[in-house]
Design a protein around this ligand. Structure first.
Ligand code: URA
Length: 297
């Protein structure tokens, strides 16, 4: 193929081309059609020239992240639950937001307690209390609590709010619970009486007898391992004794297989703060039995 390469071959090609064009001209052809565009050089040019980055779209027009290509290796990282809200604020979620989970259905204990609660709300066994109460105060807390606090009867604040121990005595009880490294949500709080005795007088024996059924049923449903009686009315009613708190505290008692601790009522402690150290001793005894680490001191 030596004749097709080198200056001679080029010269020959030019001669042939010129002769061809002259021949075409002689036969009347004035203009030749353009040969088709060569493909490869164009494709290569496009391939090697870097495309300028597109102008960023205004924020409102950006496609949602789900429409943007994702690098295969960069799996989306879910924000931890606590940050979920912040994550949602900074970028819309790739998938539609989850519908918030409904609150957990009340368990059998809550349902059983609600049955008693409704009976209590309708109760008129003690005519005077039923007439004078704003509402009954059933009890509050964790139906699965290991520890129940049993008080005496609602006061004015509790009668108004419908919850046990929400007044000044309640604030001290909150501190006692916190000192035990527990939260109010960990325990269940109830009273012997569900109605406020007028003027906060001491409950009458008949009133206690009328109401006994209700707190006994509450305790049967909750099945606490431990009961802490706050004050003489709670302790003497639960344990069916007439002994004073000073003799009952500092040791464990039994109520239907549950361990009972007796201590001073928070209202009494508010009036007699020097007795708080005894209550703290009682709480330390209780914590030890419950397997809760006792702070030093
Ligand atoms: N005192 C109680 O015995 N119970 C309450 O709920 C409030 C004060």
């Amino acid at each position: 193929m030596a004749e097709h390469s080198g200056p001679d071959a080029l010269q020959r090609s030019r001669t042939i081309l010129r002769q061809t064009l002259e021949s075409l001209q002689r036969s009347g052809v004035q203009q030749l059609a353009r040969p088709p565009e060569p493909m490869m050089p164009v494709v290569q040019e496009v391939a090697i020239v870097a495309e300028p980055p597109p102008e960023p779209l205004p924020r409102a027009e950006r496609p949602p992240p789900s429409a943007r290509p994702r690098p295969a290796a960069a799996a989306p990282v879910r924000p931890p639950a606590a940050d979920a809200d912040a994550g949602a604020r900074s970028a819309p979620p790739a998938t539609p937001p989850a519908v918030p989970a409904p609150p957990p259905a009340p368990g059998p204990r809550s349902a059983a307690l609600d049955v008693v609660r409704q009976e209590v709300a309708r109760c008129r066994r003690c005519a005077e209390l039923a007439e004078k109460r704003t509402q009954t105060v059933f009890g509050a807390g964790n139906p699965h609590a290991r520890l129940c606090f049993l008080g005496e009867a609602p006061g004015a604040d509790e009668d108004r709010r419908g919850e046990p121990f929400v007044g000044a005595a309640g604030q001290l009880l909150d501190k006692i619970i916190a000192a035990c490294t527990l939260r109010r949500d960990d325990v269940y709080i109830l009273n012997v009486l569900k109605c406020r005795p007028p003027g906060n007088r001491t409950p009458l024996p008949d009133e206690v007898a009328n109401c006994r059924e209700f707190f006994e049923r509450q305790l049967e449903i909750i099945q606490p391992e431990f009961i802490c009686c706050l004050g003489a009315v709670a302790a003497q009613t639960l344990l069916r004794t007439t002994r004073p708190v000073g003799q009952l505290r500092g040791k464990f008692h039994d109520y239907r297989g549950r361990q009972v601790v007796v201590t001073y009522h928070p209202s009494y402690l508010l009036r007699t703060p020097e007795m708080k150290r005894h209550t703290w001793d009682d709480m330390k005894m209780l914590m030890q039995a419950m397997g809760i680490p006792v702070p030093n001191g």
